[in-house]
Design a protein around this ligand. Structure first.
Ligand SMILES: [Zn+2]
Ligand SMILES: [Zn+2]
Length: 269
């Protein structure tokens, strides 16, 4: 099982207009056992795991380090508990002064608690595109996607299904052919559909969003059709899109690809 704990992109949102799909930013979780789980990204959705105190071992794969994918980490209680073990995996080529992301996340004046106050057994693992991992029944293949500052895509291999998690991703580069091949044996593709086609192109009246690092449901549909993926999960929802707009996007997308599903916080695949 894969739990979608946060499905919003860019910025968390809240309020009555966002009740159906939720407002937490990117975080997915696959349990390995009662005590261990694999997590993908540390957006605000990560904090919903704070109430599950049974987990002792966490493997956190970060697709990239844009704020919406890491902002929940300082509020993740396991960092402050000496009985927990946390492995963090990020791409080797990420350009930072220190490869220790904790130096950035737990540093005044950005956050009041310094790294020296953390109590969990924490390890940072630098990984490369093409690597594969296995944690009990959960397998993971990573590969480069197309996004400003770089991004890793994660193919999540569960006993019952394969799910490609591709957020954030912008279509239109030489990576598209690789993405289609990478997705070919998957049952689900969770895809970055931050924009409608009209908003992406600027035909809706605003600025074109070309080169901003995100994609549309129309391109998600094109990819799943070419790759033969059974289900498309619209993901990384635009914080400007309320429940009514996401309902409408789901209807429009399903006219072109029946097995389209709009991700929501709490969804289980
Ligand atoms: Zn993002
Ligand atoms: Zn990003």
């Amino acid at each position: 099982m894969l739990h979608l704990l946060g499905t919003r992109g860019t910025l968390p949102v809240s309020g009555q207009s966002f009740v159906k799909y939720g407002g937490n930013t990117t975080c997915l979780m696959a349990p390995v056992s009662n005590e261990s789980c694999v997590i993908f990204d540390g957006g605000t959705g990560l904090t919903s795991l704070n109430k599950y105190t049974n987990f002792k071992e966490f493997h956190i794969f970060l697709s990239h380090l844009h704020w919406d994918h890491i902002v929940g980490m300082p509020i993740f209680h396991a960092f402050y508990n000496h009985t927990k073990s946390i492995n963090i995996y990020l791409e080797n080529k990420v350009e930072m002064e220190s490869t220790d992301i904790l130096d950035v996340l737990f540093k005044p004046p950005f956050f009041p608690v310094p790294k020296s106050k953390l109590r969990a057994d924490i390890r940072i693992n630098l990984i490369d595109s093409g690597e594969q991992f296995q944690f009990g029944k959960v397998g993971i293949h990573v590969a480069d996607g197309h996004h400003p500052d770089g991004v890793l895509m994660h193919k999540i291999i569960l006993p019952e299904k394969k799910i490609l998690f591709t957020s954030d991703y912008e279509h239109g580069s030489e990576k598209d052919d690789f993405l289609i091949e990478f997705a070919r044996d998957c049952d689900h593709m969770i895809f970055d559909t931050t924009y409608t086609p009209e908003e992406y192109s600027g035909e809706g009246g605003g600025m074109p969003k070309v080169g901003w690092g995100h994609s549309t449901y129309a391109h998600g549909i094109e990819f799943v059709k070419k790759a033969g993926v059974k289900n498309l999960i619209l993901f990384h929802h635009n914080p400007d899109y309320n429940d009514i707009m996401l309902d409408e996007i789901g209807i429009l997308a399903r006219r072109q690809f029946k097995n389209t599903h709009v991700a929501y916080d709490g969804m289980i695949l």
